[in-house]
Ligand binder design. Structure first.
Ligand code: GTP
Ligand code: MG
Length: 173
């Protein structure tokens, strides 16, 4: 691009939150590296990946943070959220308990981040239609009630993964 050598035009921090095993780390690896791990281990601490996309001819770099859903493996919460411009709140459509936790994750996000953070509710594992435990309608209405974007995704078969991240990134931009 014309800006080559001047560094990226924009850098945004995005955080991924939600219960353990909903697929946060696999959503990130699918988006950043087009990889899926059927045997991934629970995340300990914090990991992040950066991903670049072009919007209106500008290079936009997203630094996407992924942390443990399990309380005992989580890093210092306030540091994780600090400076976040976007957030993906993830549940697993085949496990209702993870959907029931969304309110708690939203509360934590509100406590630790700016009110203007761009938020999307993500119902992951939509490939598991045969054992679905949360309907699309329930996801949509919760998102509407909370003023969030909404999308169902599958890190396994790639459905809507890029779309979900890019929706948040475009909203920030
Ligand atoms: P923590 O790090 O403990 O918070 O978990 P996590 O939310 O990062 O979950 P992770 O990405 O490690 O995935 C947990 C399990 O779900 C793994 O066995 C994944 O292979 C599987 N998984 C993740 N995404 C999908 C998906 O879209 N569909 C299906 N069928 N399985 C998935
Ligand atoms: Mg993880």
């Amino acid at each position: 691009s014309d800006d080559e050598g001047t560094g990226e035009d924009y850098l945004f921090k995005i955080v991924i939150i939600g219960d353990s095993a909903v697929g946060k780390s696999n959503l990130l690896s699918r988006y950043a590296r087009n990889e899926f791990n059927p045997h991934s281990k629970a995340t300990i601490g914090v990991e992040f990946q950066t991903q670049t996309m072009e919007i209106n001819g500008k290079e936009v770099k997203a630094q996407i943070w992924d942390t443990a859903g399990q309380e005992r493996f989580r890093a210092v919460t306030s540091a994780y959220y600090r400076g976040a411009a976007g957030a993906l709140i993830v549940y697993d459509i085949s496990r209702r308990t993870t959907f029931d936790s969304v309110g708690r994750w939203l509360d934590e996000l509100k406590t630790h981040s700016d009110a203007t953070v761009a938020r999307i509710l993500v119902g992951n594992k939509c490939d598991l239609e045969t054992i679905r435990d949360v309907s699309v309608e329930e996801g949509k209405s919760l998102a509407e009630a909370e003023g969030l974007f909404f999308m169902e995704t599958s890190a396994l078969d790639s459905t809507n993964v890029n779309k979900a991240f890019e929706l948040v990134i475009r909203e920030i931009y």
